[in-house]
Ligand binder design. Structure first.
Ligand SMILES: O=P(O)(O)OC[C@H]1O[C@H](O[C@H]2O[C@H](CO)[C@@H](O)[C@H](O)[C@H]2O)[C@H](O)[C@@H](O)[C@@H]1O
Ligand SMILES: O=c1ccn([C@@H]2O[C@H](COP(=O)(O)OP(=O)(O)O)[C@@H](O)[C@H]2O)c(=O)[nH]1
Length: 855
């Protein structure tokens, strides 16, 4: 069975004319996209789009739907008002000029600004109408290919409806530099919606690069060589340059009708060189610039005055948009002036036609003309240049091509490239083209012809669809490696039925208030840099901390003062600087640093960090006692990344290259720590202290460890995992400090399957834990409590089902489970606290009854 492809574009590839109440005549309008898709093998394609006419009555709609079905087309009916607001307004008056570097319209009335808002709403509504039609026709496994700037909301509508739809989006226009794009008021909403697609395609690498850069700069997301990553989800972004069905043009040249046209045209312009322009009458096509350059050429080369003619086909387009109406008058005015100036009684230098030609007439024109002049100020690709080359097999005419058309990337070697704004340069190029030797014309043509005939529209569409299928398959593989969501009910039930629980919680991005992660420009740096406990967590956290069977540790990279400030009021343990400092909130800070921690590197690293901070605006660094962190989250994202790369070079090859440090890369940070400073390495010493000071007599039979930890710190998840081979013992080290002295050997190959839940891990205490001399000396307030650990008794009695390691917002993780954001952590801990309150309430009520019974 062929795969089904639903092509969704603003316009259907047919033009419809009403012939009676329920009669329609349809004519295929064979643009590049149509022939591209007609030629794609192994797919069964259908089009969904607007028929370009207003059909207000149901009889007409039903009749048109039937007629279109025969052409494999499905209509979306848009009424006049929505067409006005969505198509003329938001698409063609806002997005189109912006994407072609003409900027947003400047208005002087508030009413017009309100208009933009209503146009944007109409745009969203129209996209939803396209989506509704897609839902009606979609079958599982279909590929949905959305086209162009008209449908930037469609990927989101589709994925919201069914996340499993395979969705691609292709832009036929340029995507402008992020510096232009970011002026658009709805910039983020549109980008986020496009990113819902699985694959996003552009004509050129530049456009793709601009898009990725807009996503990193405006949304603060990660740009990778594959595309854009948002919390582990990748939207693939790539260039797919369109082509034409060159065979169709070559075949047309053999048709008698076309041959007849060719003969007529040859006779008509005998003795004159003929230059050709074929464009929609659009400001992006640079028609005034083209005509002015021609005027300059005539002015400077009088000998050519009656020996050359410019045929300009200007196809009317978007005629309801005022800017297009103004352009028509402007072009007429210039043409009239030049013809008046250089024309004679029998001939004029410019033949300007405000109309379209049929395919045969167009092919004949392409074949007989000596030079094609394409002067687009910006153009997504420009198929006219391809079509001209395809029809010039015998004549080998010259193509003058704007360097601002996407086609310049593929036909640049054979064409004469020009900057259309440089009228002198274009005029000179006209002369060069008209006087070019046949040898040079032949060489240039050969190059372009080879490209146009081998990079066909069919290849383009096949490559896109194939890449989309592959992208989805790869994403499914990646999804399988993503930890499943935390089973909150199971985690809570096990918690309730355990006797001695340990909750280890990270701080940053785990218990903090979420901030708008819009990168350098959107976010409020000063506010964001000050980490604050999520206000809704205070109640649940207090309740959990007060439970006598629960020990809560906040384990963070932050320094002591940050933890003091946020958690001082709770009855819990604080472990700062990745666990190098520890205190119960009712006691003083002690150090749990391994003995002989080498800190000789500090001054050198500080120099490097200062150097880069000074030279990277809006970057900053934190100097902690056992580590340094340089953060460039708010700096220019690309510059920050370059600086980070440079900094890493310094660190790896400079004076500290042999020091006992680890260099840890975060997504927008570089951290240098002493070797051995990780959360996993610290946890055994922390546990020793807690066991020691709390006089625990029951082994810990429940561990929940939740955090947004760097890969380096994920050793903590493995540390507790009962499914790893364990020789972990509580034993005193040489200094007498207690340590659960186990280092995991690595992950088992079967990952995190739930079948791992049965094994029990019961590390034995070899000796009574005693407080270390080092920690004793630094701890000033830890009570030297009694404890009942005897040799051979267990510190941890963990079974798989009682251990919950959970990454927050990191889909690539060794944790067993995942919570997507700190908001989800808040909901989960609230639920846990509520369930505990209910459970304890029930138990105490039951106990009261039993007591009463006994009485
Ligand atoms: O449908 P209209 O509003 O009349 O506009 C016609 C088309 O114009 C744009 O064409 C672009 O696509 C070409 C093929 O990829 C490309 O070569 C050219 O550079 C672009 O301008 C527009 O993107 C289409 O959606 C319109 O249908
Ligand atoms: O009278 C005409 C003039 C042009 N075209 C077609 O219009 C398309 C123009 O595409 P291009 O990529 O050059 O620019 P766009 O108009 O899409 O911006 C080409 O396929 C032309 O063959 C046409 O069908 N009739």
């Amino acid at each position: 069975m062929k795969q089904r492809l639903l092509v969704v574009a603003n316009r259907l590839p047919v033009s419809a004319n009403r012939r009676g109440e329920d009669q329609w005549s349809l004519e295929i309008s064979a643009g590049g996209l149509v022939s591209a898709l007609l030629g794609v093998k192994d797919v069964d394609a259908k089009w969904i789009g607007w028929a370009g006419v207003n059909v207000p009555d149901e009889v007409g709609q039903r009749a048109l739907t039937r007629a279109l079905a025969e052409k494999r087309c499905i209509p979306v009916f848009l009424d006049e008002e929505i067409v006005h607001q969505y198509y003329n307004g938001y698409c063609n008056n806002i997005l189109w000029p912006l994407f072609h570097y003409l900027g947003l319209p400047q208005e002087d009335r508030l009413a017009t600004t309100r208009n933009f808002e209503s146009q944007f709403n109409a745009y969203k509504r129209a996209n939803q109408m396209f989506a509704d039609v897609v839902y009606q026709h979609y079958k599982e496994g279909d590929v949905i290919w959305c086209h162009d700037y008209h449908l930037m909301f469609l990927p989101k509508c589709l994925k919201d409806h069914d996340i499993n739809m395979k969705v691609g989006w292709f832009l036929h226009t340029p995507f402008p530099s992020s510096e232009i794009y970011r002026t658009l008021p709805s910039r983020s909403e549109l980008l986020r919606s496009v990113l819902c697609a699985d694959l996003v395609g552009f004509h050129t690498y530049d456009y793709a690069r601009h898009f990725v850069s807009a996503c990193t700069r405006i949304l603060g997301l990660e740009g990778t060589p594959e595309g854009v990553e948002d919390q582990g989800r990748l939207t693939r972004v790539a260039a797919f340059p369109i082509g034409i069905d060159s065979e169709r043009f070559k075949r047309a040249l053999e048709l008698p009708a076309v041959k007849r046209h060719i003969t007529e045209l040859t006779q008509r312009f005998d003795g004159r060189k003929v230059m050709l322009g074929v464009d929609r009458l659009d400001m992006i096509k640079g028609i005034p610039q083209k005509i002015l350059a021609f005027e300059k050429f005539l002015e400077e080369n009088h000998e050519w005055n009656d020996k050359v003619v410019l045929l300009q086909i200007a196809v009317p387009t978007r005629t309801d948009v005022p800017e297009y109406q103004k352009l028509t008058s402007q072009v007429h005015e210039i043409v009239g002036r030049i013809n008046g100036r250089f024309g004679t009684l029998t001939a004029v230098p410019i033949h300007h036609l405000d109309r379209s030609l049929d395919f045969h007439a167009l092919c004949a024109l392409y074949a007989v003309t000596d030079v094609a002049l394409v002067t687009s100020l910006r153009d997504g690709m420009n198929l006219v240049s391809y079509e001209y080359v395809a029809c010039q097999g015998s004549k080998k005419g010259v193509l003058i091509l704007s360097e601002f058309a996407g086609a310049a990337q593929s036909l640049g070697a054979g064409a004469i490239l020009v900057n259309p704004w440089n009228i002198t340069e274009v005029a000179d190029s006209i002369k060069h083209a008209l006087t070019m030797s046949s040898d040079e014309r032949e060489k240039r043509h050969r190059h372009n012809y080879a490209h146009v005939t081998t990079h066909t529209a069919q290849d383009w569409a096949e490559t896109f669809v194939c890449e989309l299928n592959e992208t989805v398959a790869e994403a499914q593989l990646r999804t399988r490696q993503v930890p499943p969501d935390l089973p909150s009910q199971a985690a809570i039930q096990q918690y309730l039925h355990s006797k001695n629980r340990l909750l280890i919680l990270g701080f940053n991005s785990t218990l903090t208030e979420p901030v708008e992660s819009s990168g350098r420009r959107g976010g409020d740096q000063i506010k964001e840099m000050e980490l604050k406990l999520h206000p809704e967590l205070k109640g649940p956290l207090r309740a959990l901390c007060e439970d006598e069977h629960t020990t809560v540790i906040v384990l963070s990279g932050s320094d002591r003062s940050v933890l003091d400030e946020n958690f001082g009021e709770f009855n819990m343990w604080l472990a700062a600087e990745h666990g190098m400092f520890l205190r119960p909130t009712n006691g003083e800070w002690m150090t749990t640093m391994p003995e002989h921690l080498n800190m000789d590197w500090v001054d050198s690293v500080k120099n490097v960090f200062e150097y880069f901070t000074e030279r990277t605006p809006r970057s900053h660094f934190e100097h902690r006692e056992t580590s340094f962190v340089w953060n460039y989250k708010y700096a220019d994202v690309e510059f920050g990344r370059l600086q980070a790369r440079d900094m890493l070079q310094h660190l790896w090859t400079g004076p500290i290259s042999n020091a006992a440090v680890d260099v840890v890369q975060g997504s927008r940070s570089v951290e240098v720590r002493s070797v051995g400073v990780t959360k996993g390495a610290a946890i055994d010493r922390i546990l020793g202290e807690i066991v020691h000071s709390k006089s625990m007599i029951t082994p810990i039979d429940y561990v929940l460890c939740i955090g947004h930890f760097l890969g380096k710190d994920e050793d903590i998840y493995v540390f507790f995992d009962p499914e790893y081979p364990s020789e972990s013992k509580v034993k005193p080290d040489s200094s007498g400090s207690v340590s659960l002295d186990r280092r995991p050997n690595g992950r088992p190959s079967n990952g995190r399957s739930n079948s791992r839940n049965s094994q029990s891990r019961t590390p034995k205490a070899q000796a009574a834990p005693e407080r270390s001399s080092s920690s004793s000396s630094s701890s000033q307030g830890t009570p030297n409590s009694h404890h009942d650990w005897r040799e051979g008794s267990s510190v941890l009695d963990l079974k798989g089902e009682n251990y919950f390691s959970c990454a927050v917002g990191r889909k690539r993780s060794n944790a067993r489970y995942l919570l997507n954001s700190s908001e989800e952590v808040v909901s989960f801990l609230k639920e846990m606290a509520d369930a505990t309150a209910a459970h304890n309430g029930f138990q105490s009520t039951t106990a009261d009854y039993m007591f009463l019974d006994r009485q």
